[in-house]
Design a protein around this ligand. Structure first.
Ligand code: CTP
Ligand code: MG
Length: 335
């Protein structure tokens, strides 16, 4: 029932490896850009430690998890001992400090869902958001980065999927489609369930890294250098995986009953998560369990209209990968 149409891969799929890898290469930030990001980070860290000697500044999001394309903004988290009520005060003070140091477009958004200070560095041209005490994001950033070190195909696949999602307008949480973070988890899940598996499940292995944040124990195996050969029994190159990824989300996933779970390396049922009906604004039309905040469904932003958009886009991509003469162009055509 689930497998409406299980497709056989086209015979000439391997000729698409080189063009997909060329797209991947063109998206990777250069060493020069990485150096500029580090330069800005060091400047901000210096300014912050001068004012708050006990605070720590962390990178999270795509600049820290290795899934950042060229020209990404930097997401930073200031870890500081402060009551939630006083976060605004810190953000306003931080904005003052940054402004006095000639950073541009400095804005404290104290009323946003995630309060932040925004800024642009005129020297490097890089924009940056700084939030306070979002430590779980720093940890899930490490988890994603560690997964990326295990097998190069994860980073290749996720770059291509993110590029596709941005080109097709389905990477907009405010419009009911999915975050980049959700897409990377979808890629990790996909590579975990592939047979032979390309990725292990780090949270199911003996933990070598463990921290407790907001009463959540975050533990996983992080000695990923030891897992360098994990994916080698699976010899599928990138084009085949892109094909299979879209085929999976177009025709292989049971949207009515399944929750994807990177934490367990498996599929859970909506029933066991009690994600079977709409509660408040959470509709659970596509279910992606956060690896640490396991009550969070990253698909909760998806509504009855945008689920249709998303599924049509997965089907479009699957059809292109199956039949199109030039998928590497067609896939990324602006919507
Ligand atoms: N994040 C999270 N929970 C979410 C969404 C995001 O914890 N529901 C955290 C993750 O640490 C994620 C970071 O916020 O890495 C940034 O999220 P997002 O903007 O979706 O991802 P980026 O990797 O920064 O992607 P982009 O390159 O599109 O900026
Ligand atoms: Mg980001």
């Amino acid at each position: 029932r689930i497998f409406k149409r299980q497709m056989q891969c086209r015979f000439d799929i391997d000729r698409l490896n080189a063009p997909f890898l060329a797209i991947y290469d063109s998206l990777i930030p250069t060493e020069e850009e990485k150096a500029k990001q580090n330069q800005l980070f060091t400047l901000l860290e210096t300014l912050i430690t001068k004012e708050w000697p006990d605070a720590q500044l962390y990178v999270y999001g795509s600049c820290g998890n290795s899934f950042g394309v060229s020209k990404s903004d930097i997401d930073l988290c200031l870890a500081i001992d402060v009551a939630d009520d006083n976060k605004s005060e810190i953000l306003l003070r931080l904005a003052d400090i940054l402004q006095s140091d000639n950073l541009q477009n400095v804005q404290a958004l104290t009323r946003a869902r995630v309060p932040i200070v925004k800024l642009m560095d005129p020297v490097t041209g890089i924009s940056c958001d700084i939030c306070i005490n979002n430590v779980l994001a720093v940890i899930n950033t490490k988890l994603l980065r560690d997964y990326a070190k295990i097998d190069a195909r994860l980073r290749q696949l996720a770059f291509i999927v993110k590029h596709w999602a941005k080109s097709r307008g389905v990477n907009e949480t405010y419009q009911g489609t999915l975050s980049s973070y959700a897409y990377v988890l979808m890629c990790i899940h996909f590579l975990q369930q592939r047979r032979p598996a390309v990725l292990p499940c780090l949270q199911e292995m003996q933990s070598t890294y463990s921290v407790t944040v907001e009463n959540i124990e975050c533990a996983f195996f992080d000695q990923v250098d030891k897992l360098r050969d994990f994916g080698s029994p699976n010899r599928e190159p990138i084009a085949k995986l892109v094909w299979a990824f879209f085929n999976y989300w177009a025709y292989g996933h049971d949207y009515a009953n399944s929750v994807i779970s990177v934490r367990t390396g498996s599929i859970l049922s909506k029933r066991e998560k009690d994600w079977t009906r709409r509660i408040g604004n959470d509709r659970h039309l596509i279910c992606i369990e956060d690896p640490f905040e396991i009550s969070h469904d990253l698909g909760r932003v998806v509504d009855k209209y945008s689920i249709k958009v998303l599924r049509e886009e997965f089907e479009r991509a699957a059809e292109i990968m199956q039949y199109d003469a030039n998928p590497c162009v067609k896939l990324f055509e602006p919507y």
